[in-house]
Design a protein around this ligand. Structure first.
Ligand code: AMP
Length: 214
């Protein structure tokens, strides 16, 4: 199977994680989420977790040096050649490091897919996002779950960084640091825009069509 390295770009709440989960298995691709790597390290309470926790909880970006080292080491260790990169790169410096590493190995990023969703919809989605403690299924409850449970019976919780204040901060961080990546990949002729509004299965079909044409 040929190499296929694709970046999912977009603001917090645009559906990058959900779409990565929906698409990765059927396209035989790994789902590499930098946020998940950090989340797991924080849960383990190891050295990396302790170093990133303060940034993570406030909605700030983890410094480029830590992020790039963590993600590239993971890619190398797992021998990843077909993957959806979800949440990485998030700054121009991270994108340049990724390009340099790939180029040095005679490899490349094939495309950056921008999942386009307006800001007011993003705030509504993220502030209302609740997740099952057992199976991690996400739900949207703008007024809180009010006693609802997951379809598997699990308890629902909200991520520490999914509240209105932190979401507004994460959006501001996105516009300042990550939106410039749109131009970065546009200049390389790799940017593909996908409308992120509507039914999530339809959006997944739109993205799969784009991937199958790469
Ligand atoms: P996410 O799950 O992708 O929304 O990421 C959650 C948090 O992890 C972010 O708010 C950042 O604090 C941190 N994070 C994840 N990916 C990156 C990245 N590429 N660069 C810097 N910080 C990151």
């Amino acid at each position: 199977m040929k190499d296929l390295m694709v970046i999912f770009l977009g603001a917090p709440g645009c559906g990058k994680g959900t779409q990565s989960d929906l698409i990765s298995t059927s396209m035989s691709m790994a789902h590499l989420s930098s946020g998940d790597l950090f989340r797991k390290a924080i849960l383990r309470g190891d050295e990396l977790g302790k170093a990133v926790e303060i940034y993570f909880k406030s909605g700030a970006l983890v410094p480029d040096s830590i992020t790039t080292k963590t993600v590239l080491a993971h890619m190398n260790k797992e021998g990843i050649r077909r993957a959806i990169l979800d949440g990485f790169p998030r700054t121009i410096s991270q994108a340049e490091s990724l390009d340099q590493t790939m180029n040095a190995e005679g490899r490349k990023i094939d495309a950056a897919i921008l999942i386009d969703v307006p800001d007011d919809e993003l705030i509504r989605r993220v502030a209302g996002r609740w997740i099952c403690r057992i199976c991690q299924t996400p739900y949207n409850f703008p007024d809180g779950p009010q006693g609802a449970r997951c379809k598997c019976g699990g308890d629902l919780y909200q991520r520490a960084d999914d509240n209105r204040d932190t979401v507004a901060k994460r959006l501001a961080v996105y516009h300042e640091n990550t939106a410039p990546l749109i131009e970065y990949y546009e200049k390389q002729g790799k940017l593909i825009r996908v409308d992120g509004l509507g039914d999530m299965l339809e959006i997944a079909e739109r993205i799969k069509k784009v991937l199958s044409e790469l």
